[in-house]
Structures are given as C-alpha cells and as structure tokens.
Design a protein around this ligand. Structure first.
Ligand SMILES: [Zn+2]
Length: 61
C-alpha cells in the first residue's frame, strides 16, 4: 500500500489515494501535493514578464 497522501485540488484537504483519486470531502481531484517544478518557473516567469514589460515601456516612452 502506498504511504503517500494526496491533496485535493479543490478543497486543499489531504486524503489517502483511492481508486478514482477522488476527494472524499468534495469529490474533487486528488493530486500529489509536492509542488511541481514548473510552478516555480511560472512564478519567476511572471516576474520576468513584469520586468520585460517595464523595460519595454522605458524604451518606447
Ligand atoms: Zn476536496
């Protein structure tokens, strides 16, 4: 049996994995709670976009 706890993407509660990976609280999808790497990338990408936007505006003012 797996020891992993999964986290509901809807209500953010933790639950044990079941056949359908369905949250027993709200019926939402259970997913691995470990933050995927790309979320960090996304976070920085957001800052990069803001940065480039500012740079862009400076150049074309
Ligand atoms: Zn849920």
């Amino acid at each position: 049996m797996t020891k992993y706890l999964l986290k509901c993407v809807e209500c953010k509660k933790y639950g044990l994995p079941n056949d359908k990976l369905k949250c027993r609280y709200c019926g939402g999808r259970l997913a691995n709670p470990k933050p995927p790497k790309f979320s960090l990338t996304d976070k920085w990408a957001k800052y990069r976009i803001i940065y480039f936007k500012e740079e862009f505006e400076k150049k074309f003012e």
